[in-house]
Design a protein around this ligand. Structure first.
Ligand code: ZN
Length: 366
């Protein structure tokens, strides 16, 4: 084997002396704090809409949710300069240690909110919001029509406590009682946008279908889907902080689990009575996969696009032989498939093929 030239570098020291946020910012990429992370435009793809590049100062790493690539400071320099590992180390070593460390980089929040650790008051406010949203849904024909059009039957709407935020009821309700301050801290309510002319507080999820994460009958988190796809508002908006796994309770202790990329893929799987969960995206760090300890098989229901394929590879590394990515038809997610005639049967066939793969894998694995 060739000698490893990189040994000339103390890689750990390079990483220590060159915080990844400084390196990224040093390339002129503007980073803004978002919860515990920093977010900016990814230089590796045409990042025109919402910024996809996330920098995690706590783990000194970065990740682009569109490209599905990430790594440490060295990896960033490598990709940005189109050079090899050794050259990237040289480049870093040649820099003054922390040249930009004294410039005012935006600081992420010190502590990211953990949604599974709410105070009593916060929990009451979350449950209140969940109940109000549920009530609003049945009074909003547009929202009901949207859910039915996406193939979500009413019994799933009820079972999952889906709701609709009408944009004003929560503030009024909490004003008459208490919990306004907690609702603001949780991010449910915020100041209205300037020049919106709106009175009162702004409901973060106003005008959206609201999907709660339920634990032990309590609502601990929300993610909201807009009813219309427009250029000015993201399709999905979630409460800030670490995203809990959606549907976690349905898979804890189960032998089989279905990892669904999107919220509506998850709802389709629930409709089919499958033990499903969703990371609401393609990223779920290894240290948060403990709830799958008893699962022998985890089926991956990821979109048939580049990000989905990259995610499938990452989960494969984390879950090893238990991971069975299912190959959905090109350009189709599970929700799309579920709405096609014969979609459920087709999905069963895909799962069957995954099971065969499992058996093959076992015999070779010895
Ligand atoms: Zn990218």
């Amino acid at each position: 084997m060739a000698s490893i030239t990189s040994c000339r570098f103390d890689v750990e020291a390079l990483r220590r002396e060159h915080p990844v946020a400084n390196i990224v910012a040093g390339y002129g990429i503007e980073l803004r704090p978002s919860g515990l992370t920093l977010v900016g435009r990814c230089p590796f793809h045409n990042d025109g809409g919402r910024p996809n590049l996330h920098v995690y100062p706590e783990t000194q790493s970065w990740y682009c949710f569109r490209c599905g690539v990430g790594g440490d400071a060295i990896e960033f320099v490598k990709r940005r300069e189109g050079i090899g590992f050794v050259e990237a180390c040289q480049r870093l070593a040649g820099l003054q240690a922390g040249p930009t460390s004294h410039t005012a980089l935006p600081q992420p929040m010190q502590r990211e909110r953990r949604w599974d650790r709410l105070t009593l008051e916060e929990q009451v406010v979350m449950n209140t919001a969940c109940a109000l949203y549920q009530d609003s849904l049945w009074h909003e024909p547009r929202a009901l029509a949207y859910l039915r059009e996406r193939g979500v039957p009413d019994w799933v709407t009820r079972q999952c406590s889906l709701g609709f935020s009408d944009g004003h009821s929560l503030e009024g309700y909490l004003r008459r009682r208490s919990g306004l301050r907690a609702a603001k801290e949780l991010g449910l309510l915020g100041r209205p946008k300037r020049d919106s002319g709106a009175m009162g507080l702004r409901e973060l999820l106003g005008g959206r279908i609201v999907v709660p994460e339920l634990r032990g009958g309590h609502c601990i988190w929300f993610i909201g889907r807009s009813l219309v796809d427009g250029p000015n508002s993201p399709k999905y908006l979630a409460l800030p902080g670490e995203r809990p796994v959606l549907g976690l309770q349905q898979v804890v202790g189960r032998r089989e689990a279905y990892l669904c990329e999107g919220v509506f893929d998850y709802l389709t799987a629930v409709t089919w009575k499958l033990p499903a969960f969703s990371p609401c995206g393609t990223h779920l760090p290894a240290e948060r996969l403990g709830f799958l300890a008893r699962a022998r098989v985890v089926y991956g229901v990821l979109d048939g696009d580049e990000a989905g394929r990259a995610a499938a590879e990452r989960f494969g590394e984390q879950l090893g032989e238990r991971w069975r990515p299912l190959r959905l038809p090109e350009g189709c997610d599970l929700n799309d498939l579920g709405r096609r005639p014969g979609g459920r049967e087709e999905f069963s066939r895909l799962v069957g093929a995954g099971r065969l793969l499992a058996r093959g894998g076992d015999s070779h694995g010895r």
